[in-house]
Design a protein around this ligand. Sequence first.
Ligand code: GLA
Length: 387
Amino acid sequence: MNKEELLTEYEKTFNENGQDVFFSPGRINVIGEHTDYNGGHVFPAAISLGVYGVYGPRDDTKVRLYSGDVDGDVVEFDINDTTVEKDDRFWANYFKGMITYLREKYDNINHGFNLYIKANLPSGSGLSSSAAIEMLMGIILKDEFNLDVDRIALAKMGQRTENEFVGLNSGIMDQFACIMGKKDSAIFLDCNTLEYEYKPLALGDYEIIIMATNKPHTLADSAYNDRVRECHDALEKLQQKLDVKSLGELDNDTLDEYSYLINDETELKRARHAVSENQRTLRATKAMQDGDLEKLGRLIDASHVSLHYDYEVTGDELDTLAEASWKQPGVLGARMIGGGFGGSAIAIVKKSEAENFKQNVGKIYRDKIGYDASFYDAEIVDGTKKI
Ligand code: GLA
């Protein structure tokens, strides 16, 4: 959708002219999955699929939200009422969280607004539509109320929103990637210190293809929180002998040496993934920098394998996409991204093979799963901004 069309939709919804239009990207993650809340490294990038928002100020203290993607009416609440919403108003919690945390720090957010939102990424696609929405709200409030808040602080508020308003104990990767994204670069982020570095996505003749499973309903949130707890329990057991604050501080050898402390098979597998995935992420970013794309690809495949066997968050749909990708000509690597269970995967594919690739993997997927996957060429863009 272009700016004019979005402004027209705003006008139809609220019977007045919209003031400003913003875009907040979704994200992919090259490697480093389920490492963020374990104090490890991630390597995500913001993409051109995301969420648009059209803003118009109000004289009163009402917030009126309308989503062009959710069936239903305008959701209305007062900026002073931030109680968690349930059922079909649930999506308002992403906005309520950000409003609450920003109002705790800035008392000049003293009037309400209308907001029309429209996504060009499928929700539940594992491409972080929720973080895109949180960062959209953050940047809109920063811009419209002239708040002296930096982008990383907004990312932290987005994570708190997930944790406290939505009930997902997520890490900070998604919000950080959406709001700190940089065109044609991935962000090498240490989730322990929040130190980061932009690395140009130098893939030569290759491109990243996003593959959405289109899996309908998943129970990903409770399984996600289970993983967070299992890693936490494994860490506590290791801390009996090791002076570490997170699994991200360990290497594979140290975990192996102290594994006798974790007397639980599931927790051991979870810890093994968290540690090995972090090590793979360090090796993969180095391989990319050295121009060793073959090695980068193998590490991406290994990430999927570890997410399958040790972390157990893949499932048939994501496994089918990854395994079908591995068999295609001109593929360097493929794996699931995001939380898992459904959502999306990525593949690094030779540009000249891309069309072939989509057809072949699409067919294998349809034959095995029974419905279509969607394919998108990943375009890497800047973080959330006014357009
Ligand atoms: C979800 C969470 C992120 C991260 C990924 C897995 O996208 O929101 O914080 O944990 O899963 O890497």
